[in-house]
Design a protein around this ligand. Structure first.
Ligand code: SF4
Ligand code: SF4
Length: 368
């Protein structure tokens, strides 16, 4: 794997594959061994968050015994995603305390990157960049030598993001989603890259959906010469020259070796990308409403397991898996008929999905 510039602003380099800390296994020994295996295989950049359960703590364990010196470590937090205490807010003082806490949890005395976590509308952006706000607090930590570089993560609209990118001279990296099925943020990634901001993408395998071998995507993989659907997905992201690195969610050791093998097979040619575009045109249009299983909408106050219901809908609608969609739906404890259309989940959805309509569709289609 070849190093790429991590945007011009940071002056650092990064490999196209990086370690995503969100989906590590619950078994601590296994999680530690997977993170170390990834580092031993050469991966460097690690993304975690104060809000990813025990991820920071587990990664901290993995980074003992000399592993810390081998990695570029990044964490993030914001009060609108995870309140650790009721008094948490978007002030400089509060984020400064959270940075200290994150360093304790990771058992390190320096964070290479710290990001404002999930700016998903203009109001949150304004809070983050306000005088005395989060960005000021992170810059203070940078002045104190505790943080190397700043950035933010986002699920905001393309329109808003293009304006933020013009303003954020403090920002050295941007983390957003991008994959074979959802390339909505392509203009944002291009604009950030042009400004010298390092670009990181999450969900290269669509929150796990692209890791499964659906009949529709297996057909596409075969036509493209990819060895599997995940191979297709990783190489598709690799083919975007404006993306510096992608976070691979790791639940087992083979996630690392398989992803490295895909990168080594190389990016797709212009002809291959054109063939992919043509094949996916229709799915992509509908995948603007594609659930990534991020679970930000949970818990539903009425007990609906929203991501599980969305997964059955996607199996039926996109992937040619009608039988599987029905059999998985039958196993869901919180089925869509529990939805009372209260709309509490709508503002939480990172993909701006019409969850209420989808629940009504699932209840009609799959029954009780
Ligand atoms: S709209 Fe339905 S799924 Fe969403 S929070 Fe309300 S009951 Fe739950
Ligand atoms: S419905 Fe939206 S918020 Fe909920 S898991 Fe799917 S993408 Fe995430």
């Amino acid at each position: 794997m070849q190093l790429r510039a991590f945007g011009k602003r940071s002056g650092q380099e990064v490999l196209p594959l990086s370690i995503g800390g969100m989906r590590l296994p619950r078994d601590v020994d296994l999680a530690v061994s997977i993170v170390r295996e990834a580092i031993d295989q050469g991966l460097r950049y690690i993304d975690t968050s104060r809000g990813y359960g025990e991820s920071e703590w587990v990664i901290g364990l993995a980074l003992q015994d000399g592993y810390r010196d081998k990695v570029i470590l990044s964490s993030k937090w914001s009060p609108w995603i995870t309140k650790i205490s009721q008094s948490d807010d978007a002030s400089a003082d509060c984020v400064r305390r959270r940075i200290d806490e994150t360093m304790r949890r990771l058992n390190v005395d320096f964070l290479d990157y710290y990001q404002v976590w999930n700016i998903h509308n203009r109001e949150l952006y304004d809070q983050a960049v306000a005088r005395g706000g989060m960005v000021e607090g992170i810059l203070k930590a940078k002045d104190e030598g505790l943080v190397g570089h700043l950035g933010f993560t986002t699920h905001d609209s393309v329109e808003n993001l293009l304006t933020y990118i013009e303003e954020v001279d403090w920002c050295e990296i941007l983390l957003t989603s991008y994959n074979l099925l959802n390339t909505t943020y392509d203009p944002v990634i291009k604009a950030a890259h042009a400004k010298g901001i390092g670009t990181v993408v999450m969900n290269p395998v669509g929150g796990g959906k692209l890791a499964e071998q659906s009949p529709v995507l297996m057909d596409l993989a075969q036509r493209t010469g990819a060895v599997s659907v995940p191979d297709l997905a990783v190489r598709f992201v690799l083919s975007n020259p404006c993306i510096d690195t992608m976070l691979i969610g790791m639940t087992k050791a083979s996630d690392i070796t398989d992803s490295i093998a895909s990168v080594e097979r190389g990016a797709f040619s212009a002809n291959q990308l054109e063939a992919i575009d043509l094949f996916l045109k229709d799915i992509r249009e509908r995948a603007a409403v594609f659930c990534t299983s991020c679970k930000y909408c949970m818990p539903c106050p009425h007990g609906v397991d929203i991501p599980a219901v969305m997964s059955s809908i996607a199996d039926l609608r996109f992937w040619g898996w009608a039988d599987r969609a029905r059999s998985n739906y039958e196993k869901i404890k919180g089925k869509a008929d529990l939805c009372i259309q209260c709309e509490a989940c709508l503002p939480q959805c990172t993909q701006h999905l019409m969850i209420t309509e989808e629940m009504a569709f699932a209840a009609d289609t799959f029954g009780k």
